[in-house]
Design a protein around this ligand. Sequence first.
Ligand code: NAD
Ligand code: MG
Length: 338
Amino acid sequence: MSTTATTDMLAKARIAVLGYGSQGRAHALNLKDSGLDVVIGLRPNGPTWSKAVADGFHVVEPAEAVRDADLVAVLTPDMVQPTLYKESIEPNIKAGAALLFAHGFNVHFKQIEPRSDIDVILVAPKGPGALVRSEYERGRGVPCVYAVHQDKTGHAEDKAKAYAAGIGGARAMLIKTDFKEETETDLFGEQAVLCGGASELVIKGFETLVEAGYQPEIAYYEVLHELKLIVDLFYEGGITRMLQFVSETAQYGDYVSGPRIVDSATKERMKGVLTDIQDGTFARNWIAEYKAGLPNYKKLKQADLDHPIEQVGAKLRARMPWLQAGAKAEQPQLKKVG
Ligand code: NAD
Ligand code: MG
């Protein structure tokens, strides 16, 4: 573990950031503000080109950005990375340059097999892009994990640590990992707890109250709106702090009813989710789904968007314009955990 890394290793390097979405914009702005030389690579007329230009960056096509770069950060959606690698990176990246990912998926599951004459590294902030940027602006940072898959130059690890320092991660914590551990834990976290687990818990709680005849508006506040208070306490001081701030009655209810909801059978199913990640089943299914044009993804997403909790939520949130302003400013953060 380290909090002392500096950007020195990349002081003279040109960094190409490919993709300007949630992570790309945050990394690029933080690296620039840390004094590093950043160019952005995007498809011409892509949706974020004008945003990167408006933020003051030099923006060129991916192949051109890669050609002059000493470090190429691949921050496009995971499913477009293999084609991007084949078409724009592999033919253009300099020998001895570093190829950097923010998630190990494509390297770990062998969708990208990088050229042998480059360094291949990973720096993954443990937070959404909007937070990576806003924490940096406050003089703080989002913890990062980093890893080396291929060390051609003997400096791969130092490059990863310097990049992590450049985006502000070293102000919080850098933890060394490998591509396998990052990929598997990241997928598990978002599926079982952060995105999948939390949203299903909220939806089932909402349905239980509404089906029992309670007002949907009250159900919404109880199981979705108030979750922010709890999560903020977890974030600041763990479960200990949450227990300090809720009533004794809420604590007793937590102790006796929590384990009735999330029990050892839930944990067994979590292990099943983890097994599917570890043995490649999840990756195979997701790649096939993407290649088929996302038929199930689109159906499942629409079902989530059409759920009554979203209808009632939209109505109630419209009464709180301060939430709307925050949502607009931090859209990438709300989009997904990643
Ligand atoms: P995103 O969807 O927010 O942004 C994607 C960007 O790539 C956009 O600028 C888009 O225009 C551009 N793009 C799309 N196709 C392209 C192409 N063919 N060529 C060039 N540019 C293209 O993506 P994201 O959520 O920031 O994810 C980027 C990477 O970061 C992924 O590997 C993801 O797993 C990882 N990650 C994301 C988060 C998160 O919070 N979102 C957290 C940690 C790691
Ligand atoms: Mg992820």
